[in-house]
Design a protein around this ligand. Structure first.
Ligand code: SF4
Ligand code: SF4
Length: 456
């Protein structure tokens, strides 16, 4: 088994040789409790990815990122591009969560939930095991050249079909299943742009998982590069117990517990040697934990020479999964999420924007009355239609006119109207007078808008 020398890992990733050429990683299939757990979590997430666009709540999508119409359904909650504070809060909570979670639990995300890992390890790698056999061993050494060619071609065909399938799943998150089905069943010429996007994405997807593979993590992923600043000696990560393992010795009865069998490297999807310590290529998939435990079982040594632990835990010999810091950070995360849920739950179902009609200031109707013209946009974020009337508040001498007298808003709908406000000079406080408009559904005040009125 070829690995970088003890110090080479500092100079280049293990999937690149000294001349800069790519070294193909053919990881062996791990066996053990962590692999089983990761499969369960990963397949549940993949099922969610496929099923979520089909789910509905009250007739509305459970998940839909409708960028063209600038509205998003997140876990059944309708969020419009106009809900800037909710979107900003979601982004802030996401960034803070990633940072806090990484500081405490390391790169659990990478190994257990990142789409790149899920697709590569749980979909494409499994297809590879099926066609090529397990890892570096290959399927059949006596196989003829012709049947090797057929086998490899068949594998690539399956890769292409799977890539097209997942590209369509991905697109369904943006179009919804009904629209995607319409696009698929109507003539290609009616949706040429959409068809070309689907083909380009499928090719890109196929290229990533058939050729580029783990290099996404080792060369490009910015998250991997942030580990150097996010992790410290208390962070939980997949770690080799150097106190127990060293000095390595292939003789079981001599040296530390590590027998230098290199099995931990053989299952590693990024081809690294975890015994070299924390490395940005490590995606914390725990495959090396399982494989080393199998070795420990065979040589009758205690399990978990490689395990989830912190550097401090290994040094002190006390495992420290839950400590004051991890509990405090988790509490902050929970509080942030509660704030987000509370804010999202309490947001108004009506959004109103009002602005002065372009190119107008005021109109003098007679010696006593002045009018201003506005544009007003209503957005119904609820699932029910709304009938709204508008009333001027705290201004008995004023008058408000809107086309049709009332506003009828369909569910998820937008309506734009012209609005004329008339006021008597006697009720104005100067050249600019602030006023309020109440939005009523029946007699219930739903929203108040504040604007200003211009006069000579
Ligand atoms: S699998 Fe365990 S015993 Fe074998 S080289 Fe890796 S750490 Fe050492
Ligand atoms: S070192 Fe272990 S945990 Fe890290 S990527 Fe390799 S197999 Fe996974």
């Amino acid at each position: 088994m070829e690995t970088n020398s003890d110090q080479d890992f500092r100079d280049r990733p293990n999937n690149i040789d000294a001349s800069g050429q790519r070294k193909w990683i053919r990881a062996k299939q791990p066996k053990g409790k962590w692999y089983l757990r990761r499969n369960i979590v990963g397949y549940l997430l993949l099922i969610f990815l496929i099923v979520a666009p089909f789910l509905k709540i009250d007739g509305h999508p459970f998940m839909l990122l409708d960028i063209l119409n600038r509205k998003f359904y997140l876990f059944g909650l309708m969020v419009f591009a106009e809900d800037t504070y909710i979107l900003a809060l979601v982004m802030a909570v996401t960034v803070i969560s990633i940072v806090l979670f990484t500081v405490v639990f390391g790169r659990v995300w990478c190994g257990w939930a990142c789409p790149q890992t899920l697709f590569l390890e749980l979909v494409y790698r499994k297809i590879e095991f099926l066609f090529d056999g397990n890892g570096r061993k290959g399927k059949n050494k006596k196989e003829s050249v012709a049947s090797t060619g057929v086998r490899r071609l068949a594998k690539q065909v399956v890769f292409i079909v799977v890539s097209i399938f997942f590209t369509n799943v991905f697109l369904m998150w943006f179009t919804g299943p009904a629209q995607l089905w319409k696009i698929m069943t109507e003539p290609i010429s009616d949706h040429l742009v959409g068809f070309l996007i689907m083909i380009a994405l499928s090719m890109f997807y196929y290229w990533i998982y058939s050729y580029f593979r783990e290099q996404v993590c080792t060369l490009f992923c910015p998250y991997g590069r942030m580990q150097g600043v996010l992790l410290d000696s208390n962070s939980i990560s997949v770690i080799y117990d150097f106190k127990r393992g060293e000095p390595r010795n292939s003789k079981v009865s001599e040296g530390g517990d590590c027998i230098n069998c290199l099995q931990c490297i053989s299952v590693c999807p990024t081809g690294i040697d975890i015994r070299n310590g924390s490395q940005l290529e490590c995606i914390h998939c725990a495959a090396c934990i399982d494989e080393c435990n199998l070795v420990m079982k065979k040589i009758n040594k205690p399990y978990n020479l490689i395990r989830y632990d912190s550097y401090r835990g290994v040094e002190s010999g006390k495992r420290s999964f839950l400590n004051a810091r991890s509990i405090a950070y988790t509490a902050v995360l929970v509080v942030l999420m509660v704030i987000l849920a509370f804010t999202a739950g309490r947001r108004s179902t009506i959004d109103v924007t009002m602005w002065r009609a372009q190119g107008t200031l005021y109109q003098q109707l007679d010696s006593e009355t002045i009018s201003n013209i506005y544009q007003i946009m209503f957005l119904n974020k609820g699932n029910e239609p709304l009938e709204l009337t508008l009333r001027l508040l705290d201004c008995p001498s004023g008058e408000l006119t809107i086309a049709g007298g009332k506003v009828i808003l369909p569910p998820d709908g937008k309506v734009k109207e012209a609005l004329i406000v008339k006021m008597k000079k006697s009720s104005l406080t100067g050249k600019v007078t602030d006023f309020k408009i109440g939005l009523y559904s029946g007699d219930q005040l739903k929203e108040t808008i504040t604007s200003n009125f211009l006069a000579p």
